[in-house]
Design a protein around this ligand. Structure first.
Ligand code: ADP
Ligand code: TRP
Length: 321
C-alpha cells in the first residue's frame, strides 16, 4: 500500500496541521510505503517571498522530522525536486473540466475573503492530482478541507484511464473524524492563512499569551456551563490530553468548579508539555542541517525514480511517446 501526503511551506505549522495530517501520516508510516513531501510549488499560489519560502521549507522539514517522521520508514522530499509533476499536471489539466475547478473550496474560500485569485490557485487541484497520481498512491491522509481535492483527483484519474487505457491507481482520501477540522483561536478552522493558529513550535511566552487571549463568554467561574463540550479550550485540551483528564476538566466546567482563566492555564500547560520531546528533537535537528538536507536529497532521488516511471507510463498511453 502506498501512502502519500503533502503540506505547504506557507507558514509555521500548527495544531490543525499536526492533528489533521501529520499525526495520522506518521502513524501510517508503520503500515505501508509512505511518501511525504513539502508542497513548495503549491505555496507559490499564496506566498510571494522567496526567502520566506526557503525558510518555511526548512522549518516544515524540521517540524515533520521532530514530530516523528522517520526517514528510514518514509520517503520525505521537496515537491519541486520532482519537476515531473508539472508535466503530469499539464497532461491532467487537458482532462479537467473548468466546471470541476469552479467548485473547488480552496479557491472559492479565498475568493470569498477577497484574496485575488491567480491561475495557479484556480488550477491548484490539478497539480495536487499530479502529486498523488505520479506516485501510484493508494491512501492520502489529509484534513477535511483537502478531501474534495482527493475526490477531484479520483475523477481526473478515471477520465484519463477511460480516455487512454488503464494508467493510474485510483486513490482514497483518509480523513480522521475527530481531528478532521481542528478549530482555531477564533473558533473557525485553524489555518495559516487566517491568523488564528496555535503553532506546534514557538516561543513559550507569546504562545501562552495567545492561549490566554482566547475569547470566552462572560459567565462567572461558579456558574454551571451545560455547554462545556462546545467550549473551544475544552476542544483543544481534548487533543493534547488523555481522555479521562480532559473529561474531568469538562465536568468541572459543566458544574461551575473551574473558571475560564484556570481552564486556559491548564490548556497551555498541557499543550506545552505535549510537544516537549518533539521540541528537544527539533533543537537537535536544527543544529544538524547537513543531516536534514541529506534526508531531503535522498527522498528526492527515491521519489523522482518512481515519478519518472509513472510519467513514462502516462506519456506512452496518451501518445506522447
Ligand atoms: P493551512 O490551512 O494552515 O494552510 P495546509 O493547507 O498546508 O494548512 O494543510 C496541510 C494539512 O493539514 C492538510 O492535510 C490539511 O487538511 C491539514 N489541516 C490544516 N488545517 C487543519 C485543521 N484546522 N484541522 C484539521 N486538519 C487541518
Ligand atoms: N493541498 C494540500 C494542503 O494545502 C497540500 C498538498 C499538495 C497535498 N499536494 C498534495 C496533500 C497531495 C496531499 C496530497 O494541505
Amino acid at each position: 500500500m502506498r501512502i502519500l501526503s503533502g503540506i505547504q511551506p506557507s507558514g509555521a505549522l500548527h495544531l490543525g496541521n499536526y492533528f489533521g495530517m501529520m499525526q495520522p501520516a506518521i502513524a501510517l508510516q508503520e503500515k505501508g510505503d509512505a511518501f511525504y513531501f513539502i508542497a513548495d510549488y503549491h505555496s507559490m499560489t499564496s506566498l510571494f517571498d522567496a526567502n520566506e519560502r526557503r525558510k518555511n521549507t526548512l522549518d516544515v522539514a524540521l517540524d515533520f522530522l521532530a514530530c516523528g517522521l522517520d526517514p528510514k520508514k518514509s520517503v520525505f522530499f521537496r515537491q519541486s525536486d520532482v519537476p515531473e509533476v508539472c508535466e503530469l499536471a499539464w497532461i491532467l489539466s487537458t482532462l479537467t473540466p473548468m466546471s470541476m475547478l469552479e467548485k473547488a473550496h480552496s479557491f472559492k474560500d479565498k475568493s470569498a475573503k477577497g484574496i485575488p485569485i491567480n491561475h495557479g490557485l484556480f488550477a491548484y487541484p490539478v497539480l495536487m492530482a499530479a502529486d498523488i497520481l505520479i506516485y501510484d498512491s493508494n491512501v492520502v491522509p489529509v484534513g477535511q478541507d483537502q478531501k474534495q481535492h482527493v475526490e477531484m483527483t479520483r475523477d481526473i484519474a478515471v477520465k484519463f484511464n477511460e480516455a487512454y487505457g488503464e494508467t493510474f491507481v485510483i486513490p482514497e482520501p483518509q480523513v480522521k473524524g475527530e481531528t478532521a477540522k481542528v478549530p482555531g483561536l477564533d473558533g473557525e478552522k485553524m489555518s495559516k492563512s487566517y491568523g488564528n493558529t496555535l503553532e506546534i513550535f514557538g516561543e513559550e511566552k507569546p504562545l501562552q499569551k495567545k492561549v490566554m487571549s482566547i475569547k470566552m463568554d462572560s459567565r462567572t467561574p461558579t456558574e454551571p456551563k451545560p455547554d462545556a463540550d462546545m467550549n473551544l479550550a475544552v476542544q483543544l485540551l481534548k487533543l493534547v490530553e488523555i481522555k479521562s483528564f480532559s473529561e474531568a476538566v469538562e465536568d468541572k466546567l459543566r458544574n461551575g468548579q473551574i473558571g475560564y482563566g484556570d481552564l486556559k492555564k491548564q490548556l497551555f500547560k498541557s499543550y506545552w508539555e505535549y510537544f516537549t520531546e518533539a521540541r528537544k528533537k527539533r533543537a537537535e535537528l536544527a543544529a544538524n542541517l547537513d543531516y536534514v538536507n541529506s534526508v531531503l536529497a535522498d527522498g528526492a532521488s527515491k521519489a523522482r525514480t518512481l515519478a519518472q516511471k509513472v510519467l513514462h507510463r502516462a506519456r506512452k498511453n496518451c501518445g506522447l511517446e
